[in-house]
Write a protein that binds this ligand. Sequence first.
Ligand code: GLA
Length: 385
Amino acid sequence: MSAVHARTVTGFAMRFGEAPAGVWSAPGRVNLIGEHTDYNEGFVFPLAIDRRTVVALSPRDDRLISVASSFSDDIIGLRLDDLQPENLRGWSAYPLGVAWALSQFGADLSRAGGFDVYIDSEVPIGAGLSSSAAIESAIALALNHVWNLGLDRPTLARVGQLAENRAVGAPTGIMDQSASLLGRADCGVFLDCRSLHSEVIPLGFDAAELNLLVIDTKVVHAHSSGGYAARRASCEAGAALMGVDSLRDLDLHDLGRAAETLDDETFRRVRHIVTENQRVLDTVQALRSHGPGAIGALLDASHLSMRDDFEISVPELDLAVTTARAAGAIGARMTGGGFGGAAIALTPRAVLPAVKAAVLAAFDDRGLRTPDLFVVRAADGAGRE
Ligand code: GLA
């Protein structure tokens, strides 16, 4: 049993006075490549990581919901009859939002029983590693079980996304929940966000003696605030002006027409999405034909596109990326929604200590907050413990 699992069971027993009926967990994610492409119906290639959120849950005989967690001393109580997005606030909007969202996918809340739940997590919050999707996915799986809903994992990912969009108010796509629910050890999840068809693809990092280093800059982002929604709006405006349903319908050959049709800023937003979709396809292809040593340049190009065209990087992320590359990483990029959070650096094991030291020194030299550096492995997705 992991430490976080043990803490969750103890936390449940302390709050609710008995052992939980079941324990479920779901991982955070790192996106290897394919950023802001999900809500443009494009391609993404994330992986579930070996840091998990654990929920201990018991059904109740009445219609009350009680939510407790390691994040707060409060126990949030709500009646199932009051479960509406507008009644949900703060961190409890994630678990309660999922309970509500299940009703939009067939759960009959007028007949469902309440539940007690306790949540603990080892996914860092605000680091761009999808701590929120980890909560949503673990709760979705737990309630799918105790409410006997029989929903499959791709549908549970949509449930988590709906909770995030409506209860939390962040206009995010389907990537994070899909990674958390569909991930496999040592594999990435190649997802077509239009068809929702997914394929797990072996990464082979261990065999190639490569480590995926996460550099959490500690610059905190929140996707329910401005920048993320503004980028999404630009993409939608770009698609409309180009006469397509979504930017997925454009490819590299359309960029000439896009340059003539769109204002400079919208054109650069569109160019990021179109080229990023191609980079996801190229990454999967390179991985299959030549192995993980061949994907570094694509990670680098993705970062430049986010920095210059999509403009979602911050100086700390740029510093992490350039320093890691100069010290021997074979490719590096910011990961997640941007405006803060984490970068990843694909690093040969032999130079890992040098890369870490260089990044710490660079941040220290500039008087920046000390970043958190840790290696992640691709792990299995959500499950019952
Ligand atoms: C956040 C969102 C995702 C995705 C990424 C950017 O993580 O939750 O849906 O849009 O940003 O790729």
